[in-house]
Design a binder for this molecule. Sequence first.
Ligand code: CMP
Length: 139
Amino acid sequence: MDLTLSIIKPDAVKRNITGEINSLIEKNDMKIVAQKMIHLSIDDAKRFYGVHKDRAFFNDLCEYMISYPIVVQVLMGKDVVSRYRKLMGATNPANADDNTIRKLYGLSVEENSVHGSDSSENAEIEINFFFAEREVYKS
Ligand code: CMP
């Protein structure tokens, strides 16, 4: 079984649709094996999105990510990294396929409701960023 890191972003937590997103995750045969709500500091946000530090949207992205609490979660399942990215849909909700999370709930390229790791290597790094070993259920 594989693991990936998912973030339910401020726009979605604020609109109280964490449960609806979790339901889609579960209906699509992915298991939530760790989950917590946190309010990031600006330092956390800059470290987490460090790979984008030279992009024009970096500062706005970090400010947005600290604008309200987020829900971070670890998802488990076969090929979960690619399957969760497919369920999320394109970064820009306007380009996302029907029935994806971003098509259903995303508001804009920034307020796009969810994040998911883009590779198994990054999933491990991102999971370790948010969770201690004992917080992640492993069957
Ligand atoms: P995420 O998967 O969390 O990874 C980086 C985030 O940057 C991305 O989702 C978008 O929400 C955000 N972002 C903001 N502006 C842009 C942009 N112009 N192009 C791509 N990503 C953007």
